[in-house]
Design a protein around this ligand. Structure first.
Ligand code: ZN
Length: 296
């Protein structure tokens, strides 16, 4: 009888333990979206105001879940406040709209530095001798559940939603890429048949971008995407959300693939750009002057 009592007690305790996180999340999502957070979305993410009400509601719910589940850590004395948390979560969750998915299931912690941060990067010389060096980064994405961001560049990325540069979209695209098990520029696409088209279109545009970068030709996609397929996916994600009209015009097949994957059309939120002046001579590509952390 006593054994039965303890068995029942253990089963009930396990059941409650397993259900408890889900119950807490449900309770958190039942809370109304705080007006102060709404102000932050409206002021710091320019496209939010142009989104359809259903998508705004969906984004709010994703932000609530993101902020409930993920931990933020300030680095170099930075105190992380609601403005930082909501601005980062709001942009990260744009990549999850419109599809049934968990909210960055591998991600636990977002580390935020006040500005660009230095990381150790060994450098091998021509003789193969490795020298210790340090490199300045704006953001990094790790497969062990961490994203690192410079708050200064998060603000710059969100402040100009037409330059195709956004460190939050970039690093969280790497997180999506990693969920498929390898960091190769192909996130989890659902249907097995989708990978063939994805691979064909992205390989072709990746190779074209490598040529553009090699010959310093202007392109809609930042030349940093020519580093490898994982960086190409992250850079193309930035372009898709920030320069959708230009990407749809010059990379129609790529745009279509991204539209199918992200299940949104950012052209709905941004006016078409004014025609660009034609240059006789190729111009060097615009760049931050520093680089994102590469995937490891
Ligand atoms: Zn990257």
């Amino acid at each position: 009888m006593e054994a039965l009592f303890w068995t029942t007690a253990i089963v009930v305790a396990i059941g409650l333990g397993m259900g408890y996180p889900g119950w807490r999340l449900k309770r958190a999502l039942a809370q109304p979206f705080p007006p102060a957070w709404l102000d932050i979305l409206e002021h710091n993410i320019p496209i939010y105001r142009n989104m359809q009400p259903e998508l705004q509601a969906q984004l709010q719910r994703l932000v609530q879940q993101f902020l409930f589940q993920k931990k933020f850590v300030g680095c170099e004395g930075l105190e992380v406040d609601d403005e930082m948390r909501v601005t980062i979560a709001g942009q990260a969750c744009l990549l999850l709209l419109g599809r049934y998915t968990r909210v960055y299931r591998k991600l636990n912690t977002i580390l935020v530095y006040p500005s660009a941060f230095l990381v150790p990067r060994n450098h091998a010389d021509e003789a193969g001798i490795v020298h210790p060096a340090r490199q300045e980064l704006l953001g990094e994405s790790w497969g062990d559940g961490r994203v690192v961001l410079s708050w200064d560049h998060v603000q710059r990325g969100a402040g100009d939603w037409t330059d195709g540069q956004n460190v939050v979209l970039h690093e969280f695209a790497h997180q999506l890429d990693s969920e498929s098990g390898s960091n190769n520029g192909a996130p989890f696409l659902g249907h097995p048949g989708s990978y063939r088209n994805w691979s064909e279109v992205l390989s072709r545009d990746f190779n074209n971008l490598r040529h553009d970068a090699m010959f310093h030709r202007q392109s809609v996609l930042d030349h940093y995407g020519a580093v490898n397929p994982a960086e190409f996916f992250a850079v193309a994600t930035e372009t898709f959300f920030e320069k959708p009209w230009q990407m749809a015009e010059r990379h129609a097949a790529l745009y279509e693939q991204f539209q199918q994957y992200y299940r949104v059309d950012p052209r709905d939120w941004l006016a078409p750009p004014a025609p660009e002046p034609q240059f006789d001579e190729p111009e060097p590509p615009a760049s931050y002057g520093t680089v994102y952390g590469q995937w490891r």
